[in-house]
Design a protein around this ligand. Structure first.
Ligand SMILES: Nc1ncnc2c1ncn2[C@@H]1O[C@H](COP(=O)(O)OP(=O)(O)OP(=O)(O)O)[C@@H](O)[C@H]1O
Ligand SMILES: [Mg+2]
Length: 365
């Protein structure tokens, strides 16, 4: 059990942790979420004493590990850390990476360290890779080695700081699967992540960090479906909705596409739906609307519901009345209709952007 009492971390210019209080029980899997810069990394680095807290206490099974004179290595041995950037030793083989701390710190024999290493490699799906060097592995494989290395120390708690954010999207799943397996095995874990579906699926508790502490905490359902406090609400709302304004013919559609992709990825949108959403945006905005207006002002709002796999796209635009059904670009209109379950055009002269197109994307399994 870990208890945080009035934990504070001050830097010269900022105080990311003002007053953090929490009890992490054995077997808890806690997702730590929140806007950038709110002290999520600082919190788990403090718990592991990689950063020295400037105030408050951390109790590990009742023992104050922040007390002067406490042996830091003792605490670290019981708390494993997994970093975004793997931190493997490039000059050591996979198995040597896993053996080293077991031998140096836990004083195990080489044979013992090796045997456990082989077992753990198997557990993370990397049997047979022991003699390879990190550079021969993909990012996802490196991170799984790093997880095996952490497990080799048999820590009471595992702290993970954005373990999948440095990975190519195709490799996120394999690392998440390994972490999920650990969570299900009853390991106590605290995991900082920006991947909300993962955060939700894996945890029994969620900490939302803001304003120098744990601003709101609850079960995944409470935090994601029913957040109580204002900042949490805003944060959750923003995750679920994609919004952008296109206000020039030179608009950067490449970065628009990248942002849309990352939104669709975060929300676990199914590949087929993803394709139709992208296609609909391209046909409607780029092919039909942009050529029509000299000075475009087009607002896009996309909301995807994971539960119903439904996607609603709302596009409003300024300028003269223009029903997209009257477009001369029949090809794009046909494509748009093929991706959609329903399209509605309306005009409201009271609005700054009086034209409005609502699209419901067709979902196919
Ligand atoms: N070593 C340091 N020295 C000075 N300031 C720091 C240091 N580490 C972090 N900070 C500051 O503390 C604040 C919290 O940083 P932290 O990295 O914990 O945020 P975070 O919630 O993990 O953000 P992100 O989601 O972007 O990873 C930031 O304002 C950051 O600039
Ligand atoms: Mg961070």
């Amino acid at each position: 059990m870990i208890e945080l009492r009035h934990l504070e971390k001050k830097y010269n210019r900022t105080t990311p942790l003002k007053d953090v209080n929490a009890v992490i029980k054995d077997g808890d899997v806690i997702s730590v979420i929140g806007p950038s810069g709110t002290g999520k990394s600082t919190l788990i680095r403090c718990i592991n004493l990689l950063e020295e807290p400037t105030g408050g206490q951390i109790l590990l099974d009742g023992e104050n590990i922040t007390a002067p004179g406490y042996d830091v290595t003792m605490a670290r041995r019981r708390m494993g850390m997994v970093f975004q950037s793997f931190n493997l030793f490039g000059h050591l083989t996979v198995i040597e990476n896993i053996m080293q701390a077991q031998i140096d710190i836990l004083k195990k024999s080489k044979q013992e360290a090796y045997d456990l290493g082989i077992k753990l490699l198997d557990r993370v799906g990397l049997a047979g890779r022991e003699l390879q060097y990190p550079e021969q592995l993909s990012g996802g494989q490196k991170q799984r080695v790093a997880i095996a290395r952490t497990l080799a120390m048999d820590p009471d708690v595992i702290l993970l700081d954005e373990p999948t954010s440095a990975l190519d999207p195709t490799m996120v799943g394999e690392v998440q699967a390994v972490i999920r397996d650990l969570a299900e095995s009853g390991k106590t874990m605290m995991i900082v992540t920006h991947e909300m579906n993962f955060a939700r699926a894996i945890a029994n508790r969620v900490f939302f960090m803001d304003e120098g502490g744990i601003y709101e905490e609850g079960t995944p359902d409470e935090i994601f479906d029913n957040p109580k406090k204002e900042n949490t609400r805003k944060f959750i709302q923003k995750l679920k909705i994609f919004e952008t304004v296109i206000d020039s013919k030179q608009y950067d559609f490449i970065s628009f596409g990248a942002e849309l992709d990352s939104y669709l990825f975060r929300n676990d949108v199914m590949p087929g739906d993803k394709y139709r959403i992208r296609l609909a945006m391209e046909e409607l905005v780029q092919q039909i609307l942009l050529p029509k207006y000299e000075k475009p002002q087009i607002s896009v709002r996309i909301e995807y519901s994971l539960k119903e796999h439904e996607c609603q796209i709302l596009v409003t635009y300024a300028g003269e009345k223009f029903d997209i059904n009257d477009t001369e670009n029949e090809l794009s209109l046909t494509m748009l209709k093929n991706t959609s379950k329903d399209i509605e055009y309306s005009y409201n002269s009271d609005e700054e952007e009086p034209n409005c197109v609502e699209i419901w994307i067709r979902h196919q399994d």
